[in-house]
Write a new protein. Structure first.
Length: 94
């Protein structure tokens, strides 16, 4: 299981898991929504130093924890991706 990539929010430890990186994460719903929105806004300013376009998908991942609409979008994207690229096992590896 060490080789398996996980992109999720661990409900036991309250941490955001992005592959092998873990970040502390607020357990309150309002805190998660605020962080998700701030990540997306920061992602749109990705051309500036420090900020990056990587913040948009992370923000959507955070928001999908609490907002059903974003969760549906994320799930549809995952299903579409698997249909379009069935040979890709994980993270760009064929």
């Amino acid at each position: 299981m060490a080789n398996q990539r996980n992109y999720r929010i661990d409900s036991d430890t309250g941490r955001l898991v992005l592959g092998r990186f873990e970040m502390p994460f607020p357990r309150s719903r309002i805190g998660r929504i605020v962080i998700g929105v701030l990540l997306i806004i920061g992602g749109f300013l990705g051309f500036l130093p420090i900020l990056g376009f990587w913040m948009i998908p992370v923000g959507l991942l955070v928001l999908s924890q609490d907002l059903a609409t974003v969760r549906r979008w994320r799930r549809r994207l995952a299903v579409w991706w698997r249909k379009r690229y069935p040979a890709v096992k994980r993270a760009g590896r064929r």
